[in-house]
Design a binder for this molecule. Structure first.
Ligand SMILES: NC(=O)c1ccc[n+]([C@@H]2O[C@H](COP(=O)([O-])OP(=O)(O)OC[C@H]3O[C@@H](n4cnc5c(N)ncnc54)[C@H](O)[C@@H]3O)[C@@H](O)[C@H]2O)c1
Length: 263
């Protein structure tokens, strides 16, 4: 087991799915790997049942993990998650923000305002409140790394899902803005842009026919799972990327590089 994250404290938001015997999301697996590599982890989510179950399992395995309830659209929730992290561990080095919801693929004409707004709130208000809430504690810790989990949909679009795609494009530019403002604090801000992956976010939506169709559109020939994405998240969270900020990391199996089949 490496000590890559020894001495680091990570707030992992949207990380409730961290129990490999049940299901793993991008942030859940990131939390597990940070704790396995010596870090102290606070998992935050609205799925309290999954979050508590994941943390109980991690603690049973001797890992330093705790769960807090956090709705990313609530500033008081962010404040109390950060306060409880710093009061227990004395510092905050890493924040991974992966909370997300889909907009059901509706076309623009039939998208309700409240559905559009909800996607924007969870993704864009969430990332803003997250950065706003953690930078003070990170500055006091001598710096930090913020990793926003976006999507390849920040670069390409499908028919429908315009709220989701627009909110993800917004993450790229917000990360640049936050990186510029907080570079002098030694706080780095980057985005990871996954492609199609089988996780709790997609298990209900992706049937076998869909998975096969997506796989044909991926140069690497398959849909990902959380293990394909986690390395990129951990790279940006860790001290291996000390000169990377305001940057996007596409982890999409080559989808956005390819115009698609031409025959
Ligand atoms: N799975 C994919 O194919 C895929 C591809 C590209 C991007 N993404 C994005 O990756 C991120 C992580 O998803 P995942 O695939 O790892 O699945 P996941 O279900 O493990 O992660 C999403 C988490 O966000 C939490 N969440 C939702 N609303 C929240 C809120 N208001 N406050 C706090 N937490 C909230 C959910 O409870 C869930 O635990 C999402 O933002 C998703 O849009 C997923």
């Amino acid at each position: 087991m490496s000590n890559r994250f020894a001495g680091k404290v990570a707030l992992v938001v949207g990380g409730a799915h961290a129990d490999e015997s049940v299901s793993l999301g991008f942030a859940g697996l990131s939390a597990l790997e940070i704790a396995r590599a010596g870090g102290k982890v606070v998992i935050a989510d609205i799925d309290d049942e999954a979050g508590e179950r994941s943390v109980a399992k991690m603690r049973d395995n001797g890992l330093a993990a705790r769960y807090v309830h956090l709705d990313v659209t609530s500033e008081p929730d962010w404040r109390s998650a950060v306060e409880s992290t710093t009061s227990e561990h004395g510092r905050l080095d890493i924040m991974i923000m992966a909370a997300g919801i889909n907009d059901r693929g509706n076309p623009i004409e039939t998208t309700d305002v409240k559905d559009w707004q909800r996607v924007m709130d969870v993704t864009n208000l969430g990332m803003f409140l997250g950065v706003k809430s953690v930078v003070g504690a990170m500055r006091e810790s001598g710096g930090g790394s913020i990793v926003l989990i976006s999507s390849m949909m920040a670069h390409i679009v499908r028919d429908g899902s315009s709220a989701y795609a627009t909110s993800r494009a917004g993450m790229t530019h917000f990360a640049r803005s936050a990186a510029v403002q907080h570079g002098p604090d030694n706080i780095r801000v980057n985005t990871v842009l996954p492609g199609w992956a089988l996780t709790p976010f997609t298990t209900d939506a992706f049937d076998d026919e869909m998975m096969a169709r997506f796989a044909r559109r991926v140069p690497l020939g398959r849909v990902a799972d959380a293990s394909d994405i986690v390395g990129s998240i951990l790279f940006l969270a860790s001290d291996e990327s000390t000169y990377v900020t305001g940057s996007e990391l596409l982890v999409d199996g080559g989808v956005t590089a390819w115009i698609g089949p031409t025959d």
